[in-house]
Design a protein around this ligand. Structure first.
Ligand SMILES: CC(=O)N[C@H]1[C@@H](OP(=O)(O)OP(=O)(O)OC[C@H]2O[C@@H](n3ccc(=O)[nH]c3=O)[C@H](O)[C@@H]2O)O[C@H](CO)[C@@H](O)[C@@H]1O
Ligand SMILES: C=C(OP(=O)(O)O)C(=O)O
Length: 470
């Protein structure tokens, strides 16, 4: 397992650029399944494990994709399968977003129940309710769902019991080529919904009202491929804004959009940070001591649940007591126990957490239990005395592209200690063999000692590497 090692105490300064939004790019890549002709070219696609995962799901369905840096081209004119493989879908919640497009395109879909961050039960009843209202028949069996429709899906009026982001997106995609008009009431209003609607409209769909509580989709016959640039990631931007504030630093977050970050900006200002916004980004600078504030997570445009953990790390550095209320997910306080290992004084009672500010944070060995918990632990580590070692880095890799490189460029004392497996893979790829004996192969870049058990170097992936590597 690799680790992120942070030595706290350095104020961050400089400029950091945010990547395309994870939560936009995932539904947009799924929507590319709807393009019956032409190719979709998506720009600013971040190199994230979640992106790799959804591209693998699409490949299994027959989509041909090519990736060059942050540009991805997808050809979905011929689909090969209606089954989204279990081992891929279980890794990530957003892979469930292929259900709507597959139903619309092929009239049938088989998909397993989705996995993802352990932050609550995360049912999918609202997605299914929408598809049923549009004429799909849904069956369950052994952890998977099979849905079919005779002919085309038809338009329907669908009221969501909760303003679910994923259900709004899945239904919007299914409705894009349905017969007739679909109304989604109590729709989610997140900027990522608007980005998806813009993408679908460019493909030829007729989606109106995205970003409001009522979305109207007039179904069209066919959609075609288009070129689209994904919006910047507001959660990544917010994370660097918090990282700046928690270290008493001064950071310009290039690409951050003020309108997408209203509650984060408001709370930072209430705490006493200085926030300057222009059309290209947001600059945050903060004094060492900030004021305590209360925070309640809500669907957009409320305070984002995806920023709650990072905000909590910042509140630990404020003067006074803060109350955080998590209303979106019922189990999103897993980071509290880890922060406590660093000296945090936080009491959780149901959905409420009481945070004593001015906690003296000290470095510790902690584990990222989910994506944003990982970001919060890094933020806390930047402010702590001594060294913090964060494990569970695979969660962080789902949503932050090169977080270590970006923080280091801002002056943080941070690095990633690779796992023995990663060192081995790197060694196998780049190694120049210096010396081989029966017991040891010594290689350069990086220097590694590999146990050989008399096997040839070509079998290197089978061998064990000692973790104490230079
Ligand atoms: C890939 C992506 O975009 N992920 C985001 C998306 O997740 P996701 O789309 O999964 O989140 P939802 O908006 O669907 O979930 C919000 C709430 O609705 C509940 N619910 C959801 C669907 C359903 O059918 N029934 C139901 O009860 C959930 O349990 C949760 O309590 O929005 C969340 C809320 O802003 C963010 O934290 C995630 O980062
Ligand atoms: C919870 C998150 O993602 P997902 O819905 O993909 O699990 C997140 O981005 O914080």
């Amino acid at each position: 397992m690799s680790k992120i090692i942070v030595r706290g105490g350095r104020p961050l300064t400089g400029t950091v650029r945010v990547h395309g939004a994870k939560n936009s790019v995932l539904p947009i890549l799924a929507a590319a399944l709807l393009a019956e002709e032409g190719s979709c070219v998506i720009h600013d696609v971040p190199a994230l494990d979640d992106v790799t995962n959804i591209l693998q799901v699409l490949a299994a369905l027959g989509v041909r994709a090519q990736q060059h840096d942050t540009r991805v081209s997808l050809h979905a004119d011929r689909l090969a399968s209606y089954e989204a493989p279990y081992e891929l879908v279980r890794k990530m919640r957003a892979s469930f977003l292929v259900m709507g497009p597959l139903l619309a395109r092929l009239g049938k879909v088989k998909i397993s129940l989705p996995g993802g961050c352990a932050i609550g039960t995360r049912p999918i009843d609202q997605h299914l309710k929408g598809f049923e209202a549009m004429g799909a028949e849904i069956g369950f069996g052994q952890g998977s769902i099979e849905a079919r429709v005779n002919g085309r899906l038809h338009g329907a009026r669908i009221y969501l019991d909760v303003a679910s982001v994923g259900a709004t997106e899945n239904i919007m995609m299914a409705a894009a080529t349905a017969e007739g008009t679909t109304l989604i009431e109590n729709a989610a209003k997140e900027p990522e919904i608007v980005d998806l609607a813009n993408f679908l409209n460019a493909m030829g769909a007729k989606v109106r009202g995205a970003g409001t509580g009522v979305i109207r989709i007039e179904g069209v016959e066919r959609l075609k491929g288009v070129v689209h640039t994904v919006i910047p990631d507001r959660v990544e931007a917010g994370t660097y804004m918090i990282a700046a504030a928690v270290t008493g630093g001064d950071v310009y977050v290039e690409g951050a959009i003020r309108d997408h970050l209203g509650p984060v900006v408001a709370k930072l200002e209430e705490m006493g940070a200085s926030v300057e916004c222009d059309e290209n980004g947001i600059r945050v600078s903060a004094p060492r001591q900030l004021r305590a504030v209360d925070v309640k997570t809500l669907p957009y445009p409320g305070f984002p649940t995806d920023m709650q953990a990072q905000m909590m790390a910042l509140l630990l550095r404020s003067e006074g007591t803060s109350i955080v209320t998590e209303t979106v997910f019922e189990n999103r306080y897993m980071h509290v126990e880890e922060l406590a290992k660093m000296g945090a004084d936080i009491k959780v009672d149901g959905r409420t957490a009481i945070i004593s500010g001015s906690s003296k944070l000290v470095g510790a060995q902690v584990c990222a239990t989910d994506l944003r918990a990982g970001a919060a632990l890094i933020c806390a580590g930047l402010a702590a005395d001594g060294v913090t070692e964060v494990t569970g880095v695979h969660h962080i890799d789902r949503g932050y592209m090169d977080i270590v490189g970006k923080l280091a460029a801002l002056g943080a004392d941070v690095y990633r200690a690779p796992s023995p497996e990663e060192v081995l893979a790197e060694a196998a790829e780049h190694a120049v063999v210096e010396h081989v004996t029966v017991e040891h192969v010594t290689v350069r870049r990086p220097v590694a000692v590999i146990e050989v058990d008399e096997r040839p170097l070509a079998d290197v992936a089978m061998l064990r590497v000692h973790p104490t590597l230079a």
